[in-house]
Each structure stands twice: as C-alpha cells, then as structure tokens.
Design a protein around this ligand. Structure first.
Ligand code: 7GX
Length: 294
C-alpha cells in the first residue's frame, strides 16, 4: 500500500520562502511555496514562525486552538512544520487578497454597502462559532479579517485567542504586550478581564472600520487621538478609559447608515452584559441584506 503520509506534517526542506506577509511582536508570517516535487507545482501557504524561542508555548497554544476549528469564515489550518527541533511553524491556507485593511481601500469603488454588510454577517458567523467552542479571540480587528474573494471573508490570526473552557467566563490578560487598546472594551482596559462580550465590543470597532472602508484618516486610533487629544505613553490609555467611562464613543462615519451605526452602538454598551450578542447581530444583518436599499 502507498506509504501513509500525514498531510498536516510539512517538511522544512520543501518549504520555500517567497516574502514576508506580516510581523507581530513575537511572530512573523511569511508567504511560502510548499513544493515537495521541486517543480514549482506546489501550493502557496501562510507560515507563522517565532522570532524568539521563548514564545513557543504561545504558538503551541495557537496551534492546538486553530487545528480544531472548522468553519467557512475561519482561516483553514493546514498543518505544522517542526522537523527542525525547537522552532515549530504553523501552516495556514494562504488568502491571496490580504486583509480588509488592505482590500477595502483598494477596492472601494466596486464594493457597495450591501457587500460590507455581507462581510459583517460572515464575521459574526465565524465569531458565533468561535464562542460556541468556548474561545475568545481577543484581537478582532479589520487587520485580522482576511479576504478569500469579494464574497467571502475569514477570521484570522488566533495568536491571542484563549480558551475559557475551565468554567471561568473571562480570561485575565497577563502579558504586557502592546495590546490593541483602541479595539479593547473598558473591562479589558480597566481590570484586564476579557469576556466573550469583549469580542462583541471589538466587533463593533471592526464594523466601524469596515463601514469607513478602513480609511486611514478615520481609523480608530486617529479618531480617538483627534477627539481626546494627542499625548504620549500611559496618558493615552487613561484618557481613553476616561472618555469611554464618560460615555464618549466614536461618532458615526459619514459612509455609515444610521441603522448600522445603531448596531455598532449596541456593541459598545459599557456593561458587558448589556451588549448585543453575535446571534442577534447575525439576525440583524440577515434582515438588512434582504432589504433593497440600505
Ligand atoms: C499563519 C498566520 C495565521 C495564524 C492564524 O492563527 C490564523 C491565520 C493566519 C494567517 C495570517 C495571514 C494570512 C494571509 C495573508 O496575509 N495573505 C495576504 C495576501 C496578500 C497580501 C497583500 N497580504 C496578505 N493569508 N493567509 C493567512 C493566514
């Protein structure tokens, strides 16, 4: 019988680097061609490797998380490459159109608001599934939503995803890495507790980005800094928390219809328990998508 090969076991000698796709504080993502036949007929893959050895526990957790997730709006796990001893690599499917952060500004002219709501619906479907598996993503943002084609987007980068299986309903943020504070809910900023409802807050910020076609001038950091004033270091976080505590929220972008902004605000209730959940958001977006004009 043909020798049984494990399709999730990638050999480093066949993994050819093409270019860097992104870089984080601990990991790096590269576009590679996996070409076991050596004739360029292999497949393109996205490969996450470590920059520092001591982060391998985080990458191993990411691998154990992503390998058991199966949903059309979650980037597909392909396997691992760890025949070089310590530095294990995570192999994911390569999405050729990049993240919404690159895709939306570039294709603004041929993407209408209905299409934006289709992306919003798909993100909610992926997040609802993730929550059903008792995971919180903790880094939901347009930069982590990848585009398969103009009708399909997928949630990516589970580098900060945590399981809340052991019956706790929140995850305590421990690592002091420079967290994406402008996507964080108040409870995450104040007492570093991350609930599933904290992902809903981040979805609201992500939807804000999407409805403004990820316009850099109107990005969450820009909007916050314009309104709460420029300052440096710790002050920014404190000023951000104070503004949010006082009820300040990012204003409706011009390109965002009132009824979509209403949904965004339901993601931004101060108390986690008062926020809308992904199931209700799915119903809202399905309804919006059945109506003719938005
Ligand atoms: C392997 C890291 C990872 C880890 C995880 O847990 C979930 C998803 C990913 C991931 C992250 C990025 C990508 C990409 C891409 O960045 N594609 C592109 C295409 C074109 C351009 C311009 N930029 C970019 N494709 N598949 C990807 C999977």
């Amino acid at each position: 019988p043909p020798q049984e090969t494990d399709p999730t076991d990638f050999k480093s000698r066949f993994l050819k680097k093409i270019r860097k796709l992104g870089e984080g504080n601990f990991g790096m993502v590269e576009l590679c061609l996996y070409d076991p036949k050596g004739d360029q007929t292999g497949e393109l893959v996205a490969v996450k490797s470590l920059k520092t050895e001591n982060e391998s526990s985080n990458l191993r957790r990411e691998i154990s998380t992503i390998r058991n997730l199966y949903h059309e709006n979650i980037v597909k796990y392909k396997g691992i490459c760890n025949d070089e001893g310590a530095n294990i690599k995570l192999i994911m499917e390569y999405l050729p159109a990049g993240s919404l952060k690159e895709y939306l500004p570039r294709n603004k002219s041929n993407i209408d608001q209905k299409r934006l709501l289709l992306y919003a619906l798909q993100i909610c479907q992926g997040m609802e599934y993730l929550g059903s598996q008792n995971y919180i993503h903790r880094d939901l943002a347009a930069r982590n939503i990848l585009v398969e084609n103009e009708s399909l987007v997928k949630i990516g980068d589970f580098g900060l995803t945590k399981s809340i299986k052991d019956d706790k309903e929140y995850y305590k943020v421990t690592e002091e890495q420079d967290s994406p504070v402008y996507w964080y809910a108040p409870e995450c900023l104040i007492n570093r507790k991350f609930y599933k409802a904290s992902d809903v807050w981040s979805f609201g910020v992500t939807l804000y980005e999407i409805m403004s076609y990820c316009d850099r001038e109107n990005s969450p950091p820009q909007v916050f800094l314009k309104s709460i004033g420029r300052s440096h270091g710790q002050m920014t976080m404190t000023r951000l928390v104070d503004a949010l505590e006082k009820g300040w929220r990012m204003p409706r972008p011009d390109s965002c219809p009132e009824m979509v902004y209403t949904q965004i605000r339901r993601c931004w209730s101060h108390a986690p328990e008062n926020r809308v959940d992904f199931n209700s958001l799915i119903k809202e977006f399905e309804f919006f998508l059945t109506r003719e004009n938005i």
